[in-house]
Design a protein around this ligand. Structure first.
Ligand code: ADP
Ligand code: MG
Ligand code: MG
Length: 313
């Protein structure tokens, strides 16, 4: 059987531009990229795992021990990026959710095998548990890194007490919706009763600049200022400017990556009222093509060369 050493596995959707671009660039580097299409699993992608850690066959080929893995996305929930489960959910939500759970268990097992085998993972799945924001920010803070004053809660009284401490922003615990300023009219009983449906993140409002930093294998490879007049920069960026980070900030970004066990990340910093840059979050599978296009950085190049280096050893 053909040995697979030297291939890089890309886990995600073939329709994802990040998967496409990394595959294309690996080809240019002379490194073979194998896409494990998790969006098309299980309807199209065929996958078999045996009882040995490296017993992994995808679309008829052995991918037991790749040189490195780019873990873009598993698409394991009806809510996940690019997944369209509307029809299936409308027809039979319980069976559909059960099928998604089966898919998730298999795919999580698959990627965890690669980590068990010592394959370099971008990013390691062992970091997953610490990536949820309520633990992530607390872990950064415990390591001495600057994070905004934050409260994750469904307790209306706790929100009122928190809001007495200064301007506050609120946003989802997971992400995926806009950040807004908490206003006096949000503190009514009626408005706060929404907390009995789901908890929310309340955070010190950071009025200053938005910075996105990419760290790869222990080094800052790009930093950009997002020039915007909106509180939440996503969909509102007016301009991206590459910047040089002060050495202490760069060091903190590398440290944050180490604290969470990430090999690479796109992280969000924002400047507070007090002038300090604070960590909003580190992303385990950050998008980067939009930043390269708008800011003139070469995150794609750095990232692909890092993957290729493992394959060429
Ligand atoms: P997500 O995972 O949804 O990207 P972030 O915490 O990065 O969540 O928030 C998204 C954006 O909203 C930030 O990049 C920033 O522009 C804005 N934002 C988030 N938290 C605050 C805050 N505490 N104060 C001011 N703006 C914020
Ligand atoms: Mg963010
Ligand atoms: Mg995020």
């Amino acid at each position: 059987m053909k040995t697979e050493t030297g291939t890089v596995v890309l886990v995600g959707s073939r329709e994802d531009i990040h998967i496409q671009e990394v595959a294309r660039r690996l080809g240019v580097e002379g490194v073979e990229a194998v896409v494990v299409d998790t969006l098309a699993f299980p309807d199209e992608t065929r996958m078999s795992l045996s009882e040995s850690l490296d017993g992994i066959i995808v679309d008829g080929r052995s991918v037991g021990r790749p040189a490195a893995v780019y873990l873009r996305g598993l698409h394991t929930s009806p809510l996940a990026f690019m997944v369209d489960a509307q029809e299936a959910m409308d027809e039979d939500w319980r069976t559909t959710l059960t099928a998604f759970r089966e898919k998730a268990t298999l795919l999580n097992g698959l990627v965890a095998r690669w980590e068990q085998l010592g394959v370099p993972m971008y990013n390691p799945v062992s970091s997953d548990w610490v990536m949820n924001k309520p633990v992530q920010l607390a872990a950064l803070r415990a390591a001495g890194l600057p994070v905004p004053r934050t409260l994750w809660t469904n307790d209306a009284e706790a929100v009122r007490r928190f809001a007495a401490g200064g301007r506050v922003a609120y946003k989802p615990v997971t992400g995926g919706a806009a950040t807004r300023e908490l206003l006096p009219e949000d503190l009514t009983d009626e408005r706060l009763s929404a907390l009995s449906s789901a908890p929310v993140t309340f955070q010190e409002l950071l009025p200053g600049e938005d910075i996105r930093v990419y760290v790869l294998d222990g080094e800052v490879i790009a930093a950009l200022r997002i020039v915007t007049s909106a509180l939440d920069f996503r969909q509102n960026e007016e301009r991206l400017e590459p910047i040089e980070l002060p050495p202490d900030v760069a060091q903190n970004c590398v440290k944050a990556c180490e604290v969470l066990g990430l090999r690479w990340t796109g992280l969000d910093l924002k400047r507070g009222q007090d002038g300090e840059l604070k960590f909003l979050e580190l992303n385990g599978s950050a998008m980067f093509l939009g930043f390269d296009a708008g800011g003139g950085t070469d995150i794609a190049g750095h990232f692909t060369r890092a993957l290729a280096k493992h394959a060429k050893r």
